[in-house]
Ligand binder design. Structure first.
Ligand code: SF4
Length: 332
């Protein structure tokens, strides 16, 4: 059974310039202990989707089911009973921590709000500091005394304090140096192995997602373009947008396919969505059908679900999508 199931999730945000169509009819699920990577360019709606799961962004249409419970329209009081199950780790860990609160107070706050005694909360925070690789002496210190990587460890300790089932990780390592990034990824993997947590890992860093995710979902203009399991996704990307994104990432896997494809132009405004395929304005293979009909997300022969008129649902690819050896981008 899925831990999280979202169906036709739609988030439209009114602004002074009009209605931002941030998320448009997205459906996918996350199993217990699974990591789903959510990728796409800045502004594609992935962070808004993550915030909607925690009900931090308003849901316009569709449903969110967490651990068998429909949480789409829970009021604030009922949400407090759900919040321990789903937590968030932010990119800006400095902004997420109150600089006037000690580390002990910041990590212990969700425990105290959940009714833990001061004594039990303190004991739990000491245990959490050890779990995330920080000294217990960090308890009485303040966020500005720590490096970016250490502050991210504090954020992770706070996120796992109440034993969540799912953590939405919103670009959690994007601001970190590569060596520190690897340490935080290893910590997340270790915590998942020990605690069975599921992650929705939002990132524009495809190399990191390739390393951590069991499944990958690609978003463009608030819609899913392609999704698939680790084994098929990286080796047989079929959607032109996925292939353009992956073309920029060198791979050390000799079997991985990296077609030469350059992403042209900018992400269009999501104030006025185009008719037909959302990717048509930047797609080198767009046809008249693409301008008139929105492609449905269908299972292709590769095992991935793909939203493209040119990808046949039974065989996975047409001649125009056949990947040639000569198209492969060599690893550096
Ligand atoms: Fe390109 Fe058409 Fe496929 Fe959209 S549906 S990705 S425009 S070929």
């Amino acid at each position: 059974m899925s831990l999280l199931s979202i169906t036709d999730l739609t988030v439209h945000l009114p602004t002074g310039a009009g209605i931002v169509h941030a998320v448009n009819g997205v459906s996918f699920a996350i199993a217990e202990g699974e990591t789903v990577g959510l990728i796409g360019e800045s502004g594609c709606g992935k962070s808004t989707l993550g915030r909607a799961l925690l009900r931090l962004s308003p849901v316009t249409r569709g449903g969110i089911e967490l651990d068998g419970q429909d949480i789409t329209h829970l009021n604030q009081r009922d949400l407090t009973t759900v919040r321990p199950k789903i937590q968030m780790i932010f990119q800006d860990n400095a902004g997420a921590l109150n600089p006037r609160h000690s580390v002990g107070k910041s990590i212990g706050q969700p425990l105290r709000l959940a009714g833990w005694s001061a004594k039990d909360a303190k004991r739990r925070v000491h245990d959490l500091l050890v779990q995330v690789g920080l000294p217990e002496t960090a308890y009485d210190r303040y966020p500005n005394e720590f490096s970016g990587g250490q502050r991210q460890r504090i954020g992770i300790a706070r996120a796992i304090a109440l034993n969540p089932k799912l953590i939405v990780c919103d670009e959690p390592v994007s601001a970190l140096d590569p060596s520190v990034r690897a340490q935080i990824i290893n910590l997340l993997n270790d915590l998942q192995a020990r605690l069975g947590i599921s992650y929705l890992f939002i990132s524009h860093d495809l190399a990191v997602v390739e390393h951590i995710a069991d499944r990958v979902v690609v978003m463009y203009l608030g819609q899913i373009m392609e999704q698939g399991a680790r084994d098929t996704f990286w080796k047989q990307p079929l959607h032109p947008y996925t292939r353009a994104l992956l073309a920029a990432v060198p791979s050390a896997d000799p079997d991985a396919v990296r077609v030469k494809s350059v992403l042209q132009g900018e992400l269009p405004s999501n104030l006025n969505l185009p008719a037909g395929c959302p990717f048509q304005a930047r797609c080198p293979m767009a046809t008249q059908q693409c301008r008139e009909e929105t492609p449905a997300l269908r299972r292709a022969g590769s095992g991935n679900d793909v939203a493209c008129h040119l990808v046949a649902p039974d065989t996975g690819a047409t001649a125009s999508h056949t990947v040639k050896e000569t198209d492969r981008c060599p690893a550096p």
